[in-house]
Design a protein around this ligand. Structure first.
Ligand code: FAD
Ligand code: SF4
Length: 398
């Protein structure tokens, strides 16, 4: 009789019990499924394995000497675009949801792993295996909180699902890729979202209360390429705030420790990544990493207005300044924040250079955070590509 595999013998831990990554756990959901059996090798916060993941998923690891790959990962193609008919209520124009719908309608997959919302709170994530286009559409828009996406792996055995499209952020996809070979699937497509600065539901409340004039009515927000946070309220009104006006002293500790120790901003393991930060203001940004990613893009490409990616400005002085401001937890008065915002928006980095600005700022901040809070983990947790990027800046003494 064949020996059972570890996940066939394991049972998920009771929800809320100990997660091996402890304070660094991003609640990715793996430990809430029987695939907890592989947690030591698979958890993004216990075992960084970027190179192995890239080789397995894309056939090679990124070329560190090529700037676009150093920053944005293995790629065949980058482009920007928007749906000609945007999906109402989506985060941007809804390219991600549309790909999910088309993947089901064209019979490419049996289900789409996506994130719905709880019936009493639109920001509380509820991961699901959507079997219909309606379920995928109902899961549109970000739930900007840690989401246990991989808990739904528990539902796969016996479900009849053999081909899956998984939508997710970097830490979820790292763990998913690590257990991929043991899943009861014939095909797995991975549609990734870039992600930084995620928060617990309580952390989100602190953020909204410090940043919005009406935290209770916010239905959607995004940090956009014009260096402003755009809030949309339930009455249809909108509000913007320059990044530089954020209450840094109050918000310094609001981000989840997992996100302060993460270097997978651009979702290295996904077949196709759909974000916004490398595109001109208002457009989405797509990175095709491999042939499967191209297959996903081809589903939706005829419905897109596309454009080449562009790049402008020079981020480096702004990143170096930002390191100092963050370290000192400076809060600017609103008039000064508006003024700085005006100049940065006018003359600051744009397109791919804006993407690099954001990556540099987050990687340097996270390296500093790790060195201060988990010095014993810093060497292993920071991947080679991030070390190369961080070495371009002067970090304050520890
Ligand atoms: P939609 O069609 O509205 O679909 C959104 C999809 O997101 C849905 O399928 C849903 O299943 C999924 N989803 C919702 N909440 C979560 C969650 N918590 N975890 C995993 N999946 C979820 N892009 C950038 O370029 N830079 C960033 O810094 C950045 N940060 C992000 C942080 C978070 C927490 C998330 C969820 C996304 C982030 N993105 C970022 C991606 C970006 O905001 C859009 O989600 C993306 O461009 C797709 O837009 P859309 O209109 O096509 O999505
Ligand atoms: Fe488990 Fe995921 Fe938390 Fe790691 S991040 S401990 S795999 S739930």
């Amino acid at each position: 009789m064949p020996t059972a595999l570890p996940h066939e013998r394991a049972r998920p831990l009771a929800k809320g019990s100990v997660y091996p990554a402890k304070d660094l756990c991003s609640q990715c959901g793996l430990c809430d499924s029987r695939w907890v059996a592989y947690v030591k090798q698979s958890c993004a916060f216990l075992n960084q394995r970027f190179e192995a993941m890239e080789v397995a998923a894309h056939g090679r690891s990124r070329h560190l000497e090529q700037e676009d790959e150093l920053y944005f990962g293995v790629q065949q193609r980058m482009l920007s675009g928007r749906l000609r008919q945007p999906i109402d209520g989506a985060q941007w124009t809804g390219i991600v949801s549309r790909i999910g719908v088309l993947a089901l309608e064209r019979g490419l997959v049996d289900a789409v792993l996506c994130v719905g919302q709880s019936s009493d709170d639109r920001f509380t994530p509820v991961p699901l295996l959507a079997r219909t286009p309606e379920q995928v559409l109902a899961a549109r828009v970000n739930k900007p909180t840690l989401s246990p996406n991989l808990e739904v792996l528990e539902q796969l055995p016996g479900s009849g699902i053999r081909r899956l499209l998984a939508i997710g952020v970097g830490c979820q996809i790292q763990a998913l890729r690590a257990v991929q070979a043991t899943l009861p699937l014939d095909e797995l497509y991975v549609l990734g979202l870039p992600c930084v600065d995620n928060v617990s539901r309580a952390g989100l409340q602190t953020f909204l209360e410090s940043a919005s004039r009406s935290p209770a009515t916010v239905v959607h927000y995004e940090f956009m390429q014009d260096f402003r946070i755009h809030f949309r309220h339930s009455d249809g009104s909108s509000e913007t705030l320059p990044f530089f006006a954020l209450d840094t002293p109050k918000l310094k500790d609001v981000f989840a420790p997992s996100c302060l120790s993460c270097f997978d901003y651009t979702n290295a393991g996904a077949d196709l990544v759909v974000g916004y930060m490398g595109a001109a203001f208002g457009n989405q940004w797509l990175t095709v990493r491999n042939a499967r990613g191209q297959q996903l893009l081809e589903l939706v490409e005829p419905e897109l207005e596309t454009a080449e990616v562009t790049s402008g400005g020079d981020r480096r002085a702004a990143v170096q300044q930002g390191i100092k401001a963050y370290d000192k937890a400076l809060k600017l008065p609103l008039w000064l924040a508006q003024l700085v915002g005006f100049f940065v928006q006018r003359f600051g980095p744009k397109g791919l250079e804006y993407g690099r600005f954001s990556i540099d700022s987050h990687f340097t901040r996270n390296a500093l955070w790790l060195q201060r809070h988990h010095p014993e983990k810093a060497e292993a947790q920071i991947p080679a590509f991030a070390k190369k990027i961080i070495s371009r800046y002067r970090l304050p003494a520890e």
